[in-house]
Design a protein around this ligand. Structure first.
Ligand SMILES: Cc1cc2nc3c(=O)[nH]c(=O)nc-3n(C[C@H](O)[C@H](O)[C@H](O)COP(=O)(O)O)c2cc1C
Length: 184
């Protein structure tokens, strides 16, 4: 019931023959320093053994233009299809690990598995972030701020995909002093 969540495309594999993509919603940040995140994957998934064997994977954020591929990679198995080929996605080399990045994704997070927690239906891959690749065009030239919202990131909410909604405030807005006239 903890929604909305991202629906990310996790790429894995150490050789082109092994490369695969699994869509994952059980994912998140779990530590700032060292930068750590997790994905939870059912052992029955084709990707499970690949990630476990190689101890690494890439979290690729998804957008409106990747919605179809994200859904498709989440219902079809790499044991039957080459998902990169079928979805016309480009595998490009990562900087620190062997698993490929998905070029079409605006943010690729390279992860190395530190611990596997066998929780039940899903096993949690607790992982360290070793590199993050972000699309240049999404950086505001003047402020240098990263404008991920411009890429129209996907949200997943009770089995349905949405784009992020209306902007309603920034971090800390609840305690920010209102701009106005100074007291004399
Ligand atoms: C939006 C969405 C979210 C999903 N989240 C997860 C998840 O968190 N963990 C998981 O094991 N499978 C998840 N799945 C299912 C897998 O992506 C799906 O079983 C996929 O076909 C597995 O691919 P593979 O066999 O090539 O590894 C999700 C599917 C969708 C569509």
């Amino acid at each position: 019931m903890i929604y909305p969540l991202p629906a990310v495309m996790v790429s894995c594999g150490s050789t082109p023959e092994e490369y695969n993509i699994i869509t994952v919603s059980w994912t998140g940040t779990i530590c700032t320093n060292p930068a750590m995140c997790y994905i939870s994957v059912r052992p029955t998934r084709h990707s499970y053994d690949i990630i476990k064997k190689n101890g690494e994977f890439v979290i690729n954020l998804t957008t409106r233009s990747l919605a179809y591929a994200a859904d498709w990679c989440g219902v079809k198995s790499g044991s039957d299809f080459n998902k990169f080929e079928k979805m016309n996605l480009t595998a490009i080399p990562a900087s620190r690990i062997k698993a490929p990045l998905i070029k079409e994704s605006p943010v690729n997070i390279e992860c190395i598995v530190k611990e596997i927690k066998e929780l039940g239906t899903h096993h949690m891959f607790i992982s360290e972030v070793v590199a993050v690749n972000a699309e240049k065009e999404l950086f505001d030239e003047k402020s240098g701020l990263f404008r991920l919202n411009d890429a129209e990131p996907l949200c997943y909410l009770h089995g349905k995909y949405y784009l992020t909604g209306k902007y309603i405030g920034k971090f800390g807005f609840s305690v920010q002093k209102k701009k106005g006239k100074r007291k004399a």
